[in-house]
Design a protein around this ligand. Structure first.
Ligand SMILES: *Cc1c(COP(=O)(O)O)cnc(C)c1O
Length: 485
């Protein structure tokens, strides 16, 4: 097809002034006539026009930058430059947006790669809710209208021991709803050492302002005592808040107010207390191990006596994105009645996923969810997979690969500073820098995200899912093949 261009331009060139390569550039109409059909079928009319224009601009740019001669440009056109350029634009377009990716970074809750991977059975329930009608706000037995989150609330109480629970779109929304419900036009007291910024510009002080509450900071960056909270109480106080320092650790001369102390002060002063846990570690039959000993279990936070506990659905809990709120019946129903709750309510897909995830915890198999399994995997368990992958990669021409001890991370501000010992594969490809290799892996389909360390690319089996190993090897085979051509 591209060759037809080649036939046309020399004709034009014969009748055109001899040495002006710009005369050889086709018009948008000509490009569309030639390739428009295929491009349009793939990406639609508007983008086809945009791509044709961009291709011509690119070619014009090359004439300038590379001082292309008429002969050279003619040859490019005759050998299908335009078709290749358009094909590449279509390929990139079709790979944009939220797509499957392979996470070889070893960061389990990788925000850039979508945080928690849900269990296949959970995913099936979500897909089913999306692609069919579902029992959402009707009672199966009576046929009467009911609340969409009745089942979820029940599961939340079973999984955490709280009196009541609700869910909103994410934990940022849960915190906002809490502030808006209990402290609008009033004061919220929080420790100076806990005024955190969570990734994606969620800054506690800014959120408070938008929720209409006045921030009262107490204590110092490293030390806050319960007396600091007590002294700050006024007739205007609406809420006593504690925030988990999820993405940094403070070491040394440190003191923080425990949830128990905060709960007691709330009790004595008749005020609502809230603990924003962030990561949301639920109780499992098999505990999560030493790396997570500083993470407060949701159940423990509830038992400490605070009125409200908030946490994410897609961090340590390993479910779909959501913000979960558990606590006393009184506090949770006040949040439910806030009109803001309606604006933050979950859709049927997230609800189906949360129910399915929480059922696993309630039935005692929460520790088998993918996120939980990835976090639990020991270096010894990962070693055979790393060795196998290293061998398959090292068998490829130009590839050197060996498995070594390394560290993975929980990610997403869970257990800050925690390293999970792992066994990963260190790979190099002859003729490519580590950066160039990582770029090429990311450009593939599906994109593969790796870690660069000591001038090499590292593949951590901890975060590879079933079937990913073969695709990683396939990607390296293709790159090694290209390098040898
Ligand atoms: C992650 C986190 C949030 C934000 O949760 P999202 O579900 O991402 O909205 C809020 N507070 C703390 C302490 C967190 O760790």
């Amino acid at each position: 097809m591209a060759a037809r261009f080649g036939h046309r331009y020399p004709d034009r060139f014969v009748s055109a002034p001899v040495d002006n390569p710009y005369r050889l550039l086709p018009s948008v109409e000509e490009v569309l006539l030639q390739h428009g059909g295929q491009v349009e079928a793939a990406v639609g009319r508007d983008l086809a026009v945009r791509f044709a224009r961009a291709a011509i601009d690119e070619l014009r740019g090359r004439v300038v930058r590379e001082a292309l001669t008429v002969e050279r440009l003619e040859r490019e056109l005759a050998t299908g430059w335009l078709a290749r350029d358009l094909f590449e634009r279509v390929r990139r377009e079709l790979g944009r947006g939220v797509r499957r990716a392979i996470n070889a970074t070893g960061v389990v809750l990788h925000t850039g790669l979508g945080r928690a991977v849900v269990d296949p059975e959970v995913a099936r329930r979500m897909a089913e809710a999306a692609s069919s009608y579902c029992v959402l706000e009707v009672d199966r037995e009576t046929g009467q209208r009911n609340r969409r989150d009745d089942r979820l609330s029940e599961l939340l109480t079973l999984a955490t021991g709280a009196e009541a629970g609700i869910a909103v779109n994410n934990n940022a929304a849960a915190v906002f709803l809490c502030l808006s419900t209990f402290a609008q036009n009033r004061e919220t007291i929080v420790s100076r050492g806990e005024l955190v910024e969570i990734g994606g510009s969620f800054r506690m002080p800014d959120v408070m302002e938008r929720a209409g509450t006045r921030l009262v900071e107490v204590g110092t960056t490293n030390r806050t005592r319960i007396d600091d909270y007590a002294r700050a109480l006024t007739a205007d106080t609406g809420l006593l808040l504690k925030v988990h320092r999820s993405n940094f650790a403070v070491a040394g001369f440190v003191e923080e107010v425990s949830a128990v102390e905060l709960g007691q002060l709330g009790e004595e002063s008749g005020l609502v207390t809230s603990f924003d846990l962030g990561s949301g570690l639920l109780e499992t039959e098999v505990p999560l191990g030493d790396a997570f000993r500083d993470e407060t279990l949701v159940r423990a936070a509830v038992e400490s006596g605070v009125s409200v506990v908030t946490f994410s659905g897609d961090k340590l809990m390993g479910g779909p994105q959501a913000g979960l709120v558990v606590g006393t019946a009184l506090a949770v129903s006040a949040m439910r009645e806030n009109p803001v709750y309606r604006a933050m309510r979950l859709d049927k897909v997230a609800l189906a996923g949360l129910e399915a995830t929480l059922e696993r915890y309630v039935r005692g198999s929460g520790h088998e969810l993918p996120v939980q399994r990835m976090l639990r995997a020991t270096a010894a368990e990962l070693a055979p997979r790393a060795a196998r992958l290293a061998k398959s990669l090292a068998d490829l021409a130009g590839v050197s690969a060996r498995d070594e001890d390394a560290d993975s991370e929980p990610g997403s501000g869970s257990a800050p500073g925690t390293k999970l010992p792992t066994r990963a594969v260190r790979v190099e490809l002859a003729g490519r820098s580590a950066d160039a290799l990582a770029d090429a892996l990311r450009a593939g389909d599906p994109p593969i995200y790796t870690r660069i360390h000591e001038q090499a690319v590292w593949i951590d089996p901890r975060t590879l899912l079933e079937g990913d190993e073969e695709q990683v090897v396939g990607a390296f085979r293709a790159l090694a093949g290209a390098e040898h051509d």
